[in-house]
Design a protein around this ligand. Sequence first.
Ligand SMILES: [Cu+2]
Length: 68
Amino acid sequence: MKELVIKIEGMMCTGCENRVQNAVKTIDGVEGVIANHNDGTVKVTLNKDVDQKVIEEKLEDIGYEVKR
Ligand SMILES: [Cu+2]
């Protein structure tokens, strides 16, 4: 089990957290997602190898800026 922590800009409320969580959960290999709008983190637990870029692109697709 691998965990990634990605920082993004633009989450303002728990609605955003849910939106992020639901979007990232659709990616194959993602076991769980916890988004926190207070610190802008998205913690992703993986059950197989997933390129971090795939997750970052998904976050950008739904309108958040990934901090690299
Ligand atoms: Cu929001």
